[in-house]
Design a protein around this ligand. Structure first.
Ligand code: GLN
Length: 304
């Protein structure tokens, strides 16, 4: 059943005439072929089904924020919420206005300002290299793939051009919500966003959030629940309501066009299509998840 659904889905997504717009504010990302489409699904019975470009590495960008948050919750628990909120946002993911209105406490850990604070938190007592190694190690352990790595060209490209993030970091510093130098925290954040991996690896890396991996040591069950709740309410920024309405399970997008989506107890899904919608989330990725959710009855809002 699922195999047929995915084969069908892939054929239709490949042929879709409107594919959205590839992110070009990070010059290296603008070079990615918008025709790419890959999807991979890990199931509770241990099977993994993949279609299209599921073995082609791409820049996971903000999907990395899920894994940085998992590490931060593991180290700091609830005290993290002193520095970052847990509410959805109604402005763009890189909004400076939102941060100013909130007095320097980012609305949630998935908007850029919040993710910069999370990265700043996990830098405590660690050098940037160690922090990045910790994130990559976490991903490798969760996915069982040693191929996951940081694309230095993408990291450099964003370090040179990411002025919006620089302004967020400076604002956070001005309100005393950044412990390290802006350059140190942002350098780490840009490298974390530049992690490159395939849909197949990303779907496997998400299994601990769906309760599919035997490996319970990655993080506690309570933290899994917290992360899924935040992915549902904040994972697609000001488009999170739309995503919940159409797809109906937690997801986290990245401007590289990837989405990690979690069907609790049932599936961990990674999809990649580089063209974005007006919220900066993968246009066809969302559409594919919506169709998959409908076909499989996977929305968590189904009443039976
Ligand atoms: N590195 C990107 C940025 O900070 C990540 C944003 C995203 O994927 N939404 O702008």
């Amino acid at each position: 059943m699922l195999e047929r659904v995915l084969t069908d889905l892939e054929a239709r997504m490949r042929a879709a005439p409107d594919r959205g717009k590839v992110a070009d504010y990070i010059p290296e990302l603008a070079r990615v072929d918008p025709a790419r489409f890959g999807i991979s699904v890990c199931l509770a019975d241990g099977r993994q089904l993949s279609m299209g470009d599921a073995e082609v590495p791409f820049s996971i960008q903000s999907v990395s924020k899920v894994f940085a948050l998992a590490i931060a919750l593991g180290r700091f628990g609830e005290t993290l919420w002193i520095r970052v909120g847990r509410e959805p946002s109604s402005r763009a993911f890189n909004s400076v206005v939102d941060l100013e209105l909130e007095g320097g406490k980012p609305r949630n850990p998935f908007v850029n300002a919040g993710a910069i604070v999370v990265t700043d938190a996990i830098l405590a007592n660690r050098a940037p290299k160690e922090t990045l190694a910790e994130i990559v190690r976490f991903l490798r352990a969760a996915s069982g793939s040693d191929a996951i790595h940081i694309d230095q060209a993408v990291a450099r490209s964003e370090t040179e051009t990411g002025h919006r993030n620089w302004s967020l970091a400076h604002f956070l510093k001005s309100t005393d919500n950044l412990r390290h130098d802006c350059a140190l925290t942002l350098g780490t954040y840009f490298h974390q966003c530049a992690i490159e991996m395939t849909c197949a690896d990303l779907a496997r890396a998400g299994r601990f959030l769906a309760g599919l991996s035997r490996d319970d040591d990655l993080i506690s069950r309570a933290h899994v629940r917290s992360i899924n709740a935040l992915m549902m309410t904040c994972g697609h920024y000001d488009g999170s309501g739309e995503f919940a309405y159409r797809v109906g399970f937690p997801g986290k997008s990245g401007v590289g066009g990837g989405i990690l989506a979690i069907v609790p107890g049932k599936a961990s899904i990674a999809v990649w299509s580089p063209g974005l919608n007006r919220w900066g989330n993968s246009m066809l990725g969302t559409m594919a998840l919506e169709e998959l959710s409908d076909a499989m009855g996977w929305s968590v809002f189904n009443a039976g």
